[in-house]
Design a protein around this ligand. Structure first.
Ligand SMILES: C[S@@+](CC[C@H](N)C(=O)[O-])C[C@H]1O[C@@H](n2cnc3c(N)ncnc32)[C@H](O)[C@@H]1O
Length: 301
């Protein structure tokens, strides 16, 4: 059994984490930017409006906070494609005020833009190690881990002995469906460029979150927690190019927010709202250190 099969079952199987337990925010297991401040969604809303976006699909909407802030700040029509029935229920409740401006979709539809905030990191992945001069994959047999000879599908750099790499499973399949349904894709997540993995994460990036505590490596598979890994942004760029997209901008999340007007939006609020949102603004700008924003547009000659 591959690690991706084990993770698929633990996260998205009948009793999987995202099916039954998932909880985001202070009382939950992990934070995301939309749970930190509405200024995140407002700034993205401005970015999308500046590009003429009228219809938007969010993949994996969590508890619906990002969609709520986007709809509050713009006149966009929003859709969420969500895999978790538990989260669909929470999203429905949190977004009911928007009436027919918001809908769930059960199949991808054509839209002006697609957005994915911390979704690719939540997809199943496989783990590889470069050992005795060859790539090997960790697989499970009768509950035990063993190594078989197999290399990552799409990792294109020479590496050193002992390097461990966690590779998103079926990323091509996942992204090509999105690329076929829009001209604009915003990917926001924690991750690295390919050449950064051996430098910053030589022991792999697999981790698990439970009540804001982090568990590393195979520990993440225990106790029903959120299992995650770092996204390879070079791979997203390559897949974008193969699907006729080009990377229009790519930068750290905090830089993206500043460049796209988060401070102007904050300063335009009344004093009471400023006071309420100032703590979240700080957290957003200083604590999401590994988060990056990649914006891809269909290539137009
Ligand atoms: C880490 S959570 C992030 C939630 C939200 N975007 C946020 O930032 O708060 C991952 C989200 O992706 C969803 N998800 C995972 N795999 C998915 C898939 N294949 N299709 C649609 N949603 C998916 C999960 O159910 C969850 O809503």
């Amino acid at each position: 059994m591959r690690l991706s099969d084990v993770i698929e079952d633990l996260l998205y199987g009948k009793d999987g984490y995202y099916m039954k337990m998932v909880s985001i925010g202070k009382k939950g297991d992990f934070f995301t930017a939309p749970h930190t401040s509405p200024l995140f969604g407002y700034t993205i809303g401005k970015f999308l409006k500046d590009r003429g976006v009228k219809t938007l699909v969010e993949i994996g909407g969590g508890e619906g906070y990002l969609m709520k802030d986007l709809l509050e700040f713009t006149d966009i029509e929003g859709f969420i494609y969500e895999i978790s029935p538990r989260l669909i229920g929470i999203q429905k409740e949190n977004l009911k005020v928007f009436g027919s401006r918001f809908n769930h979709i059960s199949e991808y539809i054509y839209a002006d833009a697609y957005i994915l905030n911390e979704v690719i990191d939540a997809l199943p992945f496989n783990r590889y190690i470069f050992k005795d001069g060859k790539w090997r994959e960790y697989v499970f047999e009768n509950g035990k881990v063993r190594l078989i000879e197999n290399s990552p599908e799409d990792f294109n750099l020479p590496v050193f002995e002992g390097f461990i790499y966690d590779e998103t499973h079926k990323l091509n399949e996942f992204l090509s469906k999105i690329f076929a349904n829009t001209c604009r894709v915003l990917v926001i997540d924690y991750g690295y460029d390919e050449e950064e993995f051996p430098i910053f994460a030589p022991e792999g990036t697999m981790s698990g979150y439970l009540k804001h505590k982090v568990y590393y490596g195979f520990e993440a598979l225990k106790n029903g927690m959120d299992i995650t890994h770092f996204v390879n942004f070079s791979r997203i760029k390559r897949l974008g190019l193969e699907n006729g997209f080009e990377v229009k901008s790519y930068m750290p999340q905090s830089e993206f927010l500043i460049k796209n007007g988060i401070m102007e939006i904050f300063n335009s609020l009344d004093e009471k709202k400023k006071e309420k949102l100032s703590g979240g603004l700080k957290t957003l700008l200083f604590q999401f250190k590994n988060h990056r924003v990649m914006y891809l547009e269909k290539f137009q000659p």
